[in-house]
Design a protein around this ligand. Structure first.
Ligand SMILES: [Zn+2]
Length: 322
């Protein structure tokens, strides 16, 4: 019996797949009828086949759905793009007929390009959707500035562009740096990249505004206000990112620094700009129109230092416990 079992079990895979000869099939069937061991092996094999089939079907369904949704969103993107073409064509014709030239048509084109890039691009981009949407959206916005500026004969293009780039980057740069193609260049230095880019864009914006205002005092005033603010923000970044300390200690230090800035800013910045301003006098007993500002600044400094101090002490107690 045992010898036959070996032969039958060798044949079982062919038997399950229904690809063995008629005579082998009969031999296996006859043996199975009287051998519970081989029947168990067969049952187990069939279960495994069913599992594998289910697994395969699941994968197929998922991939099918994925292609389906991709195709659907690409189709939706195409339809929306086609709808955008209607006003473009209408404006092209109207502009040509009414003015015999193309002037304001380019403003319509650029603004529709901007709308399309934030609606159509996320639907149609095969990958790196975030980066494409941000890049093309910002590009079309700058194009719109350029066209409108040329049409209105303005000279504000550089100011608007540099300010917009700075503002958009403050909000969206973290997401852009996290997106696929940039991720591998940036690595774990995302914070440094963010701060560096933002600082550079801020500097460009301030220089461009300087060219726009043409005020001879501007460079000195701008530098005296900007440099301390930038240094302060970098200092906070350094404490948060690079100080080897617990979160409570970092929060405490940042709170004291911010309290100090709120207290000092009103005196420090005019002083840096060359004006003579006195430090505020603390008169907690006198609250009227002339003392309220100085009192609030002092209270802010005291509360920030008190809470910051508590956080730093709490950090020390926690470390001692460990
Ligand atoms: Zn058997």
């Amino acid at each position: 019996m045992k010898e036959t079992c070996g032969i039958v079990q060798d044949l079982l895979p062919l038997y399950v797949d229904d690809v063995c000869s008629e005579s082998s099939r009969e031999l296996v069937s006859r043996h199975l009828a009287e051998c519970p061991d081989c029947s168990t092996v067969l049952a187990r094999m069939r279960n495994r086949v069913v599992d594998r089939a289910l697994e395969q079907e699941k994968a197929e369904v998922i991939s099918h759905q994925r292609t389906f949704f991709k195709r659907k969103s690409a189709a939706a993107g195409l339809v929306i793009a086609a709808i955008f073409m209607i006003p473009v064509l209408v404006c092209l014709i109207v502009n040509l007929v009414s003015n015999r030239t193309l002037d304001w048509f380019f403003i319509v084109l650029a603004s529709l390009l901007l709308a399309a890039s934030v609606i159509v691009v996320p639907l149609m981009a095969p990958k790196d959707k975030g980066l494409w949407t941000f890049g093309l959206g910002t590009g079309s916005l700058i194009l719109l500035f350029a066209v409108t500026c040329i049409y209105s004969r303005g000279n504000w293009f550089a100011v608007a562009t540099s300010a917009t780039l700075f503002g958009l980057s403050v909000v969206f740069l973290p997401f852009v740096l996290r997106s696929e193609p940039l991720k591998k260049y940036v690595g774990d230095r995302r914070g440094l990249w963010y701060m560096g880019t933002i600082t550079a864009l801020y500097a460009i914006m301030m220089i461009v505004i300087g060219f726009y205002t043409k005020d001879p005092d501007y460079p000195v005033i701008a530098a005296r206000v900007s440099v301390p603010v930038i240094l302060f923000i970098w200092m906070l970044f350094g404490v948060i990112r690079y100080l080897k300390a617990g979160p409570l200690l970092k929060a405490g230090i940042c709170l004291i620094l911010i309290g100090g800035l709120v207290f000092a800013a009103d005196t420090l910045f005019p002083a840096l700009a060359g004006e003579a301003v006195e430090w505020p006098a603390f008169r907690p007993g006198v609250w009227n129109y002339s003392t309220i500002d100085a009192n609030v600044r002092w209270l802010t400094l005291i509360i920030a230092c008190a809470i910051g101090g508590i956080l730093i002490i709490a950090n020390m107690i926690r470390r001692n416990k460990k």
